[in-house]
Design a binder for this molecule. Structure first.
Ligand code: ASP
Length: 298
């Protein structure tokens, strides 16, 4: 029985003073998801648990501490998908919800499966998801940055998770506050199955991060998963998917990838990307803020 979980904290630039917070956040998320997997929980439950930790951590651009849009407000997108049933759920441009990933997971059992703005908020409230004042998700750091329109090097970024459970089911989830100063109502790749996430038990599970407008036209998550065909290692497939994005569009992106054997892959063309993972063959989670190139490894 192989169990595995991978999380990311976004493709971005991470300055030295933020390395520790990114590593700690990813480690805590991996541990939360791993506890679910090792106690017999499903991959989707593990993904939700891990992403809830990242959403509650102001280091990352998801829920608390998310970037502000051009109205100075937080608007959130999140989605989740299971690789056995192809069930999925998604919310976009939602406000006043602490854990959009939990709303997405609840929507998975219903139809329609993608709800935006007011109707997503109504669904969340009606289904017992924790609500809050929309201002409660704004941190001082994000407000200051928005007011001063500072040139900030290490903006927080999207979070995501992929997991493999004891039944061999894969799941993927992604959650974001979008891009800094985005037009109110903009929706990126995160809410879109195929672009921001994908899971197929026959191949693998993927969560992406980066410039949504570049990720969407290359359907990055599905592209990465299709590259797993023929038993290609997820690390190679993840790198190939980013190369495909680079060859077709401009923009920064990253992805985490897991296959049915519990093999882990990740790649990014941004300067850094927070990532953490745990598999049955490890004794503790591994966390990183940058993928080393082959040359750097030697
Ligand atoms: N992909 C997200 C979006 O475009 C943002 C990010 O990952 O940084 O909304």
């Amino acid at each position: 029985m192989t169990l595995a979980i991978v999380v990311h904290g976004g493709a971005k630039t991470i300055t030295d003073n933020k390395v520790e917070a990114n590593n700690a956040g990813c480690k805590a998320a991996v541990e939360a998801g791993w506890a679910v997997l090792t106690s017999g929980g499903t991959a989707a439950e593990a993904v939700e648990a891990a992403i809830r930790v990242l959403e509650a951590d102001r280091t990352f651009n998801a829920s608390l501490g998310a970037v502000l849009n051009d109205d100075g407000e937080v608007e959130l997108d999140a989605a989740i998908m299971e690789g056995d049933s192809f069930g999925w759920g998604s919310v976009a441009a939602v406000q006043g919800v602490r854990h959009p990933i939990s709303v997405a997971r609840k929507i998975m059992d219903t139809k329609p499966m993608l709800l935006v703005a007011r109707s997503a908020e109504r669904f969340a409230a009606d289904n017992g998801v924790e609500m809050c004042a929309k201002e409660d998700l704004i941190t001082g750091e994000q407000r200051k940055e928005w007011e001063e329109e500072q040139e900030v090097i290490d903006r927080p970024n999207t979070v995501g998770c992929v997991a493999l459970d004891a039944n061999g089911t894969l799941a993927a989830g992604t959650s974001t506050g979008g891009t800094t100063n985005q037009l109110a109502g903009r929706v990126g790749d995160t809410a879109l199955v195929g672009s921001g996430l994908y899971a197929d038990n026959k191949l693998g599970a993927c969560s992406t991060t980066g410039d949504g407008e570049s990720i969407i036209p290359v359907v990055l998550a599905k592209t990465a998963i299709d590259l797993l065909d023929g038993d290609r290692h997820p690390d190679e497939a993840a790198q190939m998917a980013i190369e495909i994005l680079k060859s077709k569009v401009e923009g920064e992106a990253g992805c985490i990838l897991l296959d049915g054997q519990g093999r882990v892959g990740w790649a990014h063309n941004s300067s850094d990307m927070a990532c953490g993972y745990m598999t049955t063959s490890q004794d503790k989670p591994a966390v990183f803020t940058k993928k080393k190139t082959l040359a750097e490894k030697i």
